[in-house]
Design a protein around this ligand. Structure first.
Ligand SMILES: [Zn+2]
Ligand SMILES: [Zn+2]
Length: 215
């Protein structure tokens, strides 16, 4: 599995493009917010010869869905996320004015929903959906047990805004719950193998072992 990371929009969201050798791609939070960022994403996809198969949102806060409309228009693929966050798509305007984020291209309705334990798969890439509410009601992480990258085949976890290097997501926004977030991190994230590389929704990568010391 190839993983390409972009950092998009004023909130510095990590957007990830996962692809296999055949060029099948899964996008995670492709949150490009302006022409330059949209072009960067499109040029990478074109030059690498990728076919966008699935578009996943870790959650539906505005900073993570800013590219959904562009991706749907360009590649004809609708985003998927947890049902419990879908109300946030109706609050894009409020979130935009609250955080000073662009609101010129609202995210359309989801194409499908994801639940805890679901598997998202293209040949050679298998992601297990992990639901941890608390930062948002429908917060998701995507766990890849085997990244197939030879000697260093450590598992990978795309953790959204659930867990960051040295911190976790805030719980004071729409439907947040601090206790649920800590409990979910302890029971569902920190129980993954210690060498799991954590690729969060913002900021640098970390590992499950490194984050255990904070909990
Ligand atoms: Zn968030
Ligand atoms: Zn975020």
């Amino acid at each position: 599995m190839q993983v390409k990371q972009f950092v998009f929009n004023p909130f510095g969201v990590n957007a990830y493009v996962l692809s296999n050798d055949a060029g099948d791609a899964i996008l995670i939070d492709p949150s490009a917010s302006n022409e330059r960022e949209r072009n960067a994403l499109a040029i990478y996809i074109k030059d690498a010869g990728l076919k966008v198969c699935r578009v996943l949102n870790t959650h539906l806060h505005l900073d993570h869905v800013l590219g959904n409309a562009f991706v749907e228009r360009t590649y004809g693929v609708k985003a998927e996320a947890h049902e419990a966050d879908s109300f946030l798509l109706g609050l894009q305007h409020e979130q935009g004015s609250m955080f000073g984020l662009p609101f010129d291209d609202p995210a359309p309705a989801l194409g499908g929903t994801l639940s805890d334990g679901d598997i998202v798969e293209v040949p050679g890439i298998k992601l297990r959906v992990i639901h941890v509410p608390g930062h948002s009601p429908g917060g998701l992480a995507f766990y890849c047990e085997s990244t197939g990258s030879g000697d260093d085949d450590a598992p990978a976890l795309f953790s959204g805004d659930i867990l960051f290097a040295g911190s976790m997501g805030r719980s004071d926004l729409f439907g947040g719950d601090g206790n649920a977030l800590v409990n979910g991190i302890k029971s569902k994230i920190l129980t993954l193998p210690g060498n799991t590389v954590v690729l969060p929704g913002h900021g640098p990568f970390t590992t499950v072992a490194d984050e255990k010391m904070w909990f």
